[in-house]
Write a protein that binds this ligand. Structure first.
Ligand SMILES: Cc1cc2nc3c(=O)[nH]c(=O)nc-3n(C[C@H](O)[C@H](O)[C@H](O)COP(=O)(O)O)c2cc1C
Length: 215
């Protein structure tokens, strides 16, 4: 009988086709390379190329992780994300801003790992982000507390209906944009024969050091 282990062994991994990349001429700063890889992923149709896993640490020092959308990357390589302060991740980032973002673009056999510290953006930036969200997403954020226990369906429908009828300019006081300021950014490109290519940028005050890593 085929076990799950056998079944998993038979599933291929690193099936994407990595584009040609000249590692020797990689730019001196990670921002330019990240944007180049992200735009290439979008242009070649990688689904949700702007989605990443955000890893955080909770108050007991235990890790946590979930997928979210990266909304922008600033010229100085700040990764913008947005969430509710009332969510698990929101509370974790307030208590401990150390975090990581992981992107994986399977069709291109490419991944990017960002490790850094999150800084909460000014209120006006969070309000602008909140108002740019879909009306249903705004209503859900206004109606309840993200990551709290779910009420019954009837109670949720009532809370949502109330939130939908609030003024379109209402901003949740709990919505925050955060900027993840990296200490390191690693670019990884997979190879079917497992001779993967890795390039890590490490921040040294105002400059970046580049290191090639063993696969
Ligand atoms: C593709 C995708 C995009 C998501 N984008 C966001 C986002 O931008 N912000 C957010 O708070 N949650 C987002 N979520 C939901 C989170 O994965 C998560 O369920 C939620 O934020 C609660 O996480 P927490 O309890 O760890 O705080 C997204 C989920 C997926 C799958």
């Amino acid at each position: 009988m085929q076990t799950l282990r056998d079944e998993l062994r038979a599933v291929p991994s690193i099936v994407g086709r990595a584009p040609d990349f000249d590692w020797a001429s990689a730019p001196d700063e990670p921002h330019e390379l990240f944007v180049r890889w992200l735009q290439h992923a979008i242009e070649t149709g990688v689904p949700e190329a702007h989605a990443a896993t955000l890893s955080t640490v909770d108050e007991q020092g235990l890790p946590d992780a979930r997928v979210l959308i990266v909304k922008d990357v600033t010229e100085d390589c700040g990764f913008k994300i947005a969430t509710s302060d009332e969510s698990a991740k929101g509370r974790q980032l307030v208590a401990n801003p150390n975090c990581a973002l992981t992107f994986y673009w399977s069709p291109l056999a490419r991944a990017v790992r960002v490790r850094g510290v999150a800084q909460r953006a000014p209120g006006a930036e969070s309000a602008e982000d909140f108002l740019a969200r879909h009306p249903h997403a705004r209503a859900i954020a206004l109606a309840g507390q993200q990551s709290a226990a779910y009420p019954d369906d009837g109670a949720q429908a009532e809370l949502l209906a109330q939130a939908m009828s609030t003024d379109a300019g209402t901003v949740s006081p709990h919505w925050s944009v955060w900027t993840v300021i990296p200490n390191s950014v690693e670019f990884w490109q997979g190879d079917p024969s497992r001779n993967h290519q890795r390039l890590r940028y490490i921040r040294n005050d105002h400059t970046w050091e580049k290191q090639r890593l063993w696969p």
